[in-house]
Design a protein around this ligand. Structure first.
Ligand code: DGL
Length: 276
């Protein structure tokens, strides 16, 4: 979704950026934001109590996403990053309504779909949660910009629980990946979109399966770049913050979240239980 020409003069570059996902997945986006925008304060909400979102109804995903959005607005965030494909696919309009034009909203599907539509000219595969695939949003968004691209989407619901369990480099994860990627739907693809922010945590295993045959899109990088462009456009980039802060709220504190957030953000992260 394009951010409308807005007046954000009530916001200041010093305010934090709010990011949310159901769990550790959004950390792949947060990490890229930190790398690209190293002076920004970040507030992350991981809704670990309710994951996986991919198995929930649209109504439940809307309820969780709008509550978190309101919470991030209360924390004075200057932008909201929906670092979750499932929330984007099922609750983007409702999140936009909650925000009511007060801050820019960046999602993880539209910037990726637009880039792929303009830069890729071959068969594209998308792997994602059930709720994302059922929405058909990737196909719609890509084909809106380029109707000649063939897009095949496959639901891969076992990956999120495996990632949340910390099964990286594990035989179980290898066989799940092999099973899904050898599906006939993905047989002729030349490009793969990881349509769930959890999946970049398994990017090595996924690339290993394909060798050099398939190009895997770096969605977190595309999203972080898009955020950079939007903040710059509205003069909201923080470029002079010597000690940026990273605050993490979790609706259920899990060992795996602690482990991955510490790996990406350092040992002394500020992690707090918050049930909305
Ligand atoms: N990381 C999420 C996504 O991008 C959500 C996965 C889930 O909770 O099912 O879709």
């Amino acid at each position: 979704m394009k951010t409308k020409k807005q007046n954000y003069s009530h916001l200041s570059p010093q305010q934090p950026i709010g990011i949310f996902d159901s769990g550790v997945g959004g950390l792949t986006v947060a990490k890229e934001i930190k790398r690209l925008l190293p002076h920004e304060d970040l507030i992350y909400f991981g809704d670990t109590k309710h994951l996986p979102y991919g198995e929930k109804s649209k109504d439940a995903i809307i309820e969780y996403s709008t509550k978190i959005t309101n919470f991030l607005l209360e924390q004075n965030c200057k932008a909201i990053v929906i670092a979750c494909n499932t929330a984007t696919a099922n609750a983007l309009n409702e999140v936009m309504q909650s925000v009511a034009g007060k801050v820019p909203v960046i999602d993880v599907i539209n910037p990726v779909a637009e880039k792929v539509a303009y830069e890729i000219h071959n068969n594209v595969g998308v792997i994602a949660t059930k709720a994302t695939v059922n929405s058909g949003l990737y196909k719609k968004s890509i084909r809106k910009h380029n109707k000649f691209i063939k897009v095949d989407e496959l639901a891969t619901p076992l990956l999120v629980p495996a990632i949340e369990e910390g099964f990286k480099n594990h035989p179980i994860t290898h066989s799940i990946i092999y099973n899904y990627l050898s599906n006939a739907k993905l047989k002729n693809i030349e490009t793969l979109i990881l349509g769930c922010t959890h999946y970049p945590l398994l990017i090595d295993e996924i690339k290993q399966y394909y060798g050099n045959r398939v190009r895997v899109i770096d969605s977190p990088n595309i999203v972080a770049n898009h955020l950079n462009i939007i903040l710059d456009k509205y003069h909201l980039l923080n470029t002079s913050n010597p000690k940026p802060t990273y605050k993490f709220y979790l609706s259920d504190i899990t060992k795996n979240f602690e482990k991955i957030s510490k790996k990406f953000f350092g040992k002394t992260i500020d992690l707090e239980l918050k049930v909305l």
